[in-house]
Design a protein around this ligand. Structure first.
Ligand code: ATP
Ligand code: MG
Length: 568
């Protein structure tokens, strides 16, 4: 490819609406252009990267025994009603109507469609197990599309679904996919960590996320991990229950004046007590209904855990007006109230002689106990956010925290879809049984962006060789210098002949401009033909390390050709 013909427009500045590196770099280097919120054009350079990731995914999925198909992007409401998700899936489901008024949605994921396909075609145990996958655009009307390709509304995903006759079969396939994922991300040049996670809207019991660990804002997930191999997303992480038998030294149970104590800190200071002696009450709105959550004063609520504890779909914290209307009180003085759904975290169960809000402004109950002044809620669950330093549930050492970008996800679904959709096969005894299913996703476009987050410097992207849009660029410093042009073209042709995807920068531009573009776009190898060609040497640069050396043209070509042939 000639640089003069390459469809790419690099920008001088980073786009002003971009917050994270990959978004900034991919726009500036001419890989993507925003069409509308959360929806991007993948320009030719980007499309080459995406196709490479897709091919790696395809090769590994095929060699793991999965079969590719392609399902429609538009899905009918009826199947979603069968699974029970038409009502349950939140605002992310983009619903639409056709000209006849029939309701449809844009596929955010494809469990319903694949289950219907299996139900039609997999009728006997003899046909199982099967794993089917596709690579396709998905649409999710994300509440906060942001970070460019990392959280788009339209994005490309690989989604696979397995059908088995038993839990053991599913577990075997789960491990098979785990291994395939490890190979896929490694080949894409990404270090990933598999962490336990919550199964969210997709459902099921066991699930893991493959995270690219990063210390930047692009990591939207907090990952808690331990030396012992335990690793979990914050929505799922647990810790050893901190010492919970805490007893206050109030002489008796009574209501005391606590003026202006709107925060835990203010209340602690006023009563001269530690936060661990306070039962804190928060008001949430879950699926439009109020839910009170009780937790020890020094801990925070993990919303996904709370959501799971009540079996809801949509959660948000209540606003002041809602609290006022519900409890006739303001923040700081809220307490449990009969008749409302209440969930208590495990940390409050063993407290004695504690302090608690009683829904009266400027007052608190002190010296209270469960079962006498207040009732212990029926639902006591782990709804707290783990904090770094708390102890690992498996080995007891302190947990550490880092941030991660979720690039892939594997779930054991069990019969969550096959049962309600009556998707069954006949077993050896001729008896109808629901399939035992698993599902396995990889964000193709998110993986590309995550690769940029993991490989860049202030000058631009450093694509891993396996997914780079082009593997090498040959730059003649002066296109007017016949010898330079001749050597550059020779190297370029040699590279092409050996299957290297190369670009020659034939533009009549200043060398500085050419170097800047090469660094920004992120060609893994750069071969510059300049004045030193008089001594028979070219400048060879490795983008990942920025190492430069002056070597013979044929040696430069040889290094690139060898590296590229080692990819396969
Ligand atoms: P998240 O928690 O980040 O919203 P998810 O858990 O809902 O993602 P899955 O349903 O597991 O996502 O989808 C499989 C994969 O698709 C994810 O691991 C991720 O790589 C990718 N993905 C999900 N949502 C998006 C999005 N909005 N933009 C880009 N990729 C996405
Ligand atoms: Mg996920």
């Amino acid at each position: 490819m000639k640089m003069s013909k390459l469809f790419v427009q690099t920008l001088r500045e980073f786009p002003s609406d971009a917050e994270v590196i990959s978004h900034k770099m991919l726009v500036r280097a001419g890989f993507i252009r925003k069409l509308t919120s959360g929806v991007y054009n993948y320009l030719p350079l980007m499309w080459r990267v995406l196709k490479k990731i897709e091919n790696i995914v395809r090769e590994e999925m095929d060699s793991a025994g999965a079969q590719e198909l392609l399902m429609p992007f538009v899905q009918p409401k009826e199947l979603w009603e069968e699974s029970g998700r038409w009502g349950a899936y939140g605002g992310e489901l983009m619903r639409l109507k056709d000209r006849h008024g029939r309701e449809m949605c844009l596929g955010p994921t494809h469990e319903e469609i694949i289950t219907a396909i299996a139900r039609d075609g997999l009728k006997s145990y003899k046909q199982l197990p099967v794993n089917l996958y596709q690579i396709q655009s998905k649409f999710r009307d994300e509440r906060r599309p942001r970070f460019g390709l990392l959280r788009g509304r339209e994005f490309i995903m690989k989604d696979a679904y397995s059908f088995d006759t038993s839990q053991e079969g599913l577990e075997k396939e789960y491990q098979n996919m785990w291994n395939a994922y490890s190979r896929i991300f490694k080949r894409c040049g990404l270090d990933t960590k598999a962490v336990q996670s919550d199964s969210g809207a997709i459902g099921g019991s066991v699930s893991h996320e493959f995270m690219v660990i990063t210390d930047t804002d692009a990591g939207e997930n907090d990952v808690f991990y331990c030396e012992c191999d335990y690793a979990a997303n914050s929505n799922h992480a647990v810790s050893k229950l901190p010492e919970a038998k805490i007893v206050g030294d109030f002489a008796k149970a009574e209501i005391v004046e606590t003026p202006n104590t709107h925060s835990i800190e203010e209340l602690c200071e006023f009563l001269n007590i530690p936060a661990t002696l306070i039962v804190k009450t928060l008001v949430y709105i879950i699926d439009k209904k109020p839910v009170l959550a009780l937790i020890r004063g020094d801990k925070q609520i993990e919303e996904t855990k709370l959501l799971n504890a009540v079996g809801g779909v949509d959660i948000r914290i209540a606003v002041a007006a809602e609290i006022e209307e519900l409890l006739n009180v303001e923040k700081g003085f809220i307490g449990p109230k009969e008749g409302l759904t209440i969930v208590a975290d495990e940390t409050v169960r063993d407290l004695k002689n504690f302090v608690i809000g009683i829904n009266q402004v400027d007052k608190h109950g002190v010296g209270y106990n469960w079962g006498s002044e207040v009732k212990l809620p029926e639902t006591v669950a782990d709804i707290r956010l783990v904090e770094a330093g708390e102890l690992c549930p498996e080995c007891g050492k302190p947990l550490k925290v880092t941030r991660g970008i979720e690039v892939g996800n594997i779930f054991q679904l069990g019969t969550k879809y096959s049962k309600p959709m009556n998707a069954v096969y006949l077993d050896q005894n001729g008896k109808a049984q629901p399939y035992v299913m698993g599902c396995y996703g990889i964000g193709i476009s998110r993986t590309a962006a995550a690769a940029v987050e993991a490989h860049y410097d202030e000058k631009g992207i450093k694509w891993p060789l396996a997914i780079a849009p082009y593997q090498a660029i040959v730059i003649p410093v002066s296109t007017k210098d016949e010898q330079q042009m001749k050597v550059a073209e020779d190297i370029y042709k040699t590279l092409l002949k050996h299957g290297v995807e190369a670009v020659i920068d034939d533009r009549d531009e200043r060398p500085g401009v050419k170097f800047k573009d090469a660094d920004l776009i992120g060609f893994p190898y750069r071969i510059t033909v300049g004045k030193s060609i008089a001594d028979g040497l070219v400048e060879f640069k490795v983008r990942e390390t920025d190492e430069m050396s002056n070597i013979k043209p044929e040696d430069a070509a040889e290094i690139v050709i060898t590296a590229v042939s080692n990819l396969k």
